[in-house]
Every structure is written in structure tokens, then in C-alpha cells.
Design a protein around this ligand. Sequence first.
Ligand code: NAP
Length: 113
Amino acid sequence: MSYDISNKITLVTGANRGIGKAIVESFIKHGASKVYAGVRSLDKGEALVAEFGEKVVPIEIDYDNPASIKAAAETADDVQVVVSNAGVLIGAASWTRMSSSNFKPSLTSTSTA
Ligand SMILES: NC(=O)c1ccc[n+]([C@@H]2O[C@H](COP(=O)([O-])OP(=O)(O)OC[C@H]3O[C@@H](n4cnc5c(N)ncnc54)[C@H](OP(=O)(O)O)[C@@H]3O)[C@@H](O)[C@H]2O)c1
């Protein structure tokens, strides 16, 4: 399967490093007309502009800050392709710990409500 990204206006979250940065690089290489680079603070986007040029437009997106997501949606109202890449990998042990302490009580209270 392939998708032509040329001349598309795109947005990538978690754009400053790892897989997100690789997606930004690939989108620019394959002719995207603009790449909104979602970063948790705008200074993290400066290096992307320096490396890939002015088609990269840093935009603040922190999934822990709903106001930043709302503001980004208003700013990037011309976007055509969104890659929701940002996130963290957690190990199975952490997941089990989180499930016990955070999710199980809320699931129980939700299902009994
Ligand atoms: N690498 C793998 O093998 C693998 C496998 C399966 C799935 N994934 C998923 O693929 C995605 C990227 O992985 P990666 O290896 O490139 O990760 P990474 O190198 O750790 O980069 C994570 C990116 O997400 C951003 N981020 C983290 N929490 C955020 C939040 N709350 N709001 C906004 N941005 C946030 C980080 O920003 P900061 O620089 O500000 O921290 C960073 O730009 C993740 O969702 C990960 O779970 C990765």
C-alpha cells in the first residue's frame, strides 16, 4: 500500500525525536507542502526547522495539556494528514502496576455505577 504525500499539509506529534522526527524527514523528502511539527515546547522545534527548512512549522502539542491541543487544532486548521505519533513505551511490569493502582479501581467503579 502506498500513499502520495506530495503537496499535502501534514501534522506529526512527538516530532522532535525518534519515529516522529523520521516521519517529518520522510514527509519533507516526499514533497509535503507543510509539516506541522507537534512538540511539547516550541524550542524543541527549532532544530527541525534548521535541519529540514521552513516547510516545517513547530506547533505546541502536549497530550497532557488539553488547551495546547485545542489551540493547535485552531492554528493548524488547514491540515490534511495527521500522524498521532507521540507517546511513551512502558514495560509490562509498569503496565501491570498501573493497571492495579489506576485502572482496576476506576473500571470497577464504572462497571458498578
Ligand atoms: N520505538 C519502538 O520500538 C516503538 C514500538 C511500538 C510503538 N511505539 C510508539 O511509537 C511512538 C514513537 O516512539 P519513539 O520510539 O519514537 O519514542 P521516543 O523516541 O521516546 O519519542 C517520543 C516522542 O513523543 C513525545 N511525547 C511523549 N509524551 C508526550 C506527551 N504527553 N505529549 C506530547 N508529546 C509527547 C516526546 O516528546 P519529548 O521529546 O518532549 O519527550 C517525543 O517527541 C510512541 O507512541 C511509541 O509508544 C514505538
